[in-house]
Design a protein around this ligand. Structure first.
Ligand SMILES: [Zn+2]
Length: 407
């Protein structure tokens, strides 16, 4: 048995202990840390900051199914390769005021346990949090912080049992076969300034899907909350071409209308709206100002699908309704129904944008954390989708899409 093996086992035991004794257990953890120092192993977290528990049993709500539906659910959980196009798997401190201290440290905790519990085989990691150390506006984070976060995550994955980095459809399928959890490195947006070669750098850091912009304007194009919509820039067109060449997925979730439509025009490969909802439906259901700027119009969604693209449906109440809303899971399922009707069954996917820990943007009951991901399967069953359709929405479509882009 190699030394690394022993270290790994110790680490797993240590983590289990940490998870179960996390309340008032820092003294014990410190003693353990001194007794078993784990050199080179990240993810021990800063022991002075209490972290959110990844699975909170009494909070997990399952959608009620009848007996037949329940057996379909069990079968689907085994069969489907569940993929979340957009998630934030970094575990956050339970106290939001400690978030910046935590980000400024050099140990992050990742939500492998929550992802596994939620039934996901692979999740896009949507990295960016560390960038908040140097700016409050996510649109303007530094490239260096982004790369640090990605590399810390990739390093941590190496020390996990049952967790792998995945880069394409084949690796995601292999992860399912081996009962592993796959992290698909992605970024919320390309914080590359005006340096094209940084797209290649990100690719080499494992990134396979990237947003062109966040909410504000950057060198690439306009974000969805800018004052004027100038669309994709000349530099942005170069970025689109470079991403096409690398087989990196272009994500338009936060792009302005014009930027999104331009990118669909200029891209040789299909594109994604990785975590979105319908503008038309959002308006009908009384969506607030934030939702209006963030939800996607039919024209954009149809243009994306026509080109072979994909739309991930978000669970963010701030997006599907308004900031701070508390919604039932039915309001989320409405967006799935709407998208399937508009785009056809082959272009709809999961893109939760969920995270582990407090967030002020609101809650959808039954989908507050990736740990509750299986409720999407249960919800789709209640909406009358066939098993074949559910397998497509929950992962099959994403796999086919990755094959189309990364060929
Ligand atoms: Zn986002």
């Amino acid at each position: 048995m190699g030394c690394k093996m022993v270290d790994k086992r110790l680490l797993v035991a240590y983590r289990n202990l940490k998870e179960h004794l996390w309340i008032n257990s820092y003294g014990i953890m410190k003693i353990l840390n001194q007794a078993y120092p784990m050199k080179g192993v990240t993810n021990m977290g800063d022991l002075s900051i209490p972290m959110t528990r990844q699975i909170i049993q009494d909070k997990l709500t399952a959608i009620t199914l009848d007996k037949d539906q329940e057996s379909r659910f069990q079968h689907l959980v085994e069969k489907t390769i569940m993929i979340d196009l957009h998630e934030h798997p970094m575990v956050k401190p339970e106290d939001p005021d400690k978030f910046l201290d935590y980000l400024g440290g050099d140990n992050y905790v990742w939500g492998y346990e929550a992802i596994r519990h939620g039934g996901f085989t692979a999740v896009g990691t949507a990295n960016f949090y560390r960038g908040l150390l140097h700016t409050e506006e996510t649109s303007f984070i530094r490239f260096e912080d982004l790369v640090d976060e990605i590399d810390m995550m990739l390093s941590d994955i190496n020390f996990q049992d049952g967790v792998v980095k995945v880069s394409d459809a084949e690796e995601i399928e292999a992860a399912k076969q081996h009962n592993q959890v796959g992290l698909l490195p992605t970024v919320e947006h390309l914080a590359i300034g005006n340096e094209l070669q940084r797209v290649d750098l990100l690719y080499n850091h494992g990134i396979r899907l990237a947003g062109l912009t966040y909410r504000r304007k950057n060198y690439i194009g306009e974000g969805q909350q800018e004052r004027n919509d100038g669309g994709l820039s000349v530099f942005g067109i170069e970025v689109v071409k470079r991403m096409n060449k690398l087989g990196m997925v272009i994500d338009l979730s936060h792009a302005s209308y014009r930027t999104a439509m331009d990118a669909i025009d200029f891209s040789q490969a299909p594109v994604a709206f990785s975590h979105d909802g319908s503008y038309t439906l959002g308006l009908q259901q009384g969506g607030g100002e934030y939702a209006k700027g963030r939800l996607r119009r039919d024209e954009e969604l149809v243009a994306c699908a026509r080109q072979g693209g994909i739309v991930g449906v978000t669970v963010q109440p701030s997006v599907v309704r308004s900031w701070g809303s508390e919604l039932s899971i039915d309001r989320l399922l409405d967006h799935y129904d709407y998208m399937v009707k508009l785009l056809g069954i082959d272009h709809v996917a999961i893109g939760t944008d969920s995270s582990i820990g407090p967030r002020g943007s609101g809650t959808i009951s039954g989908l507050e954390s990736p740990a509750e991901g299986k409720n999407i399967i249960r919800g789709l069953i209640t909406r009358g989708y066939s098993d074949a359709d559910i397998i497509k929405i929950t992962g099959g479509n994403a796999l086919a899409f990755f094959r189309r882009v990364m060929q």
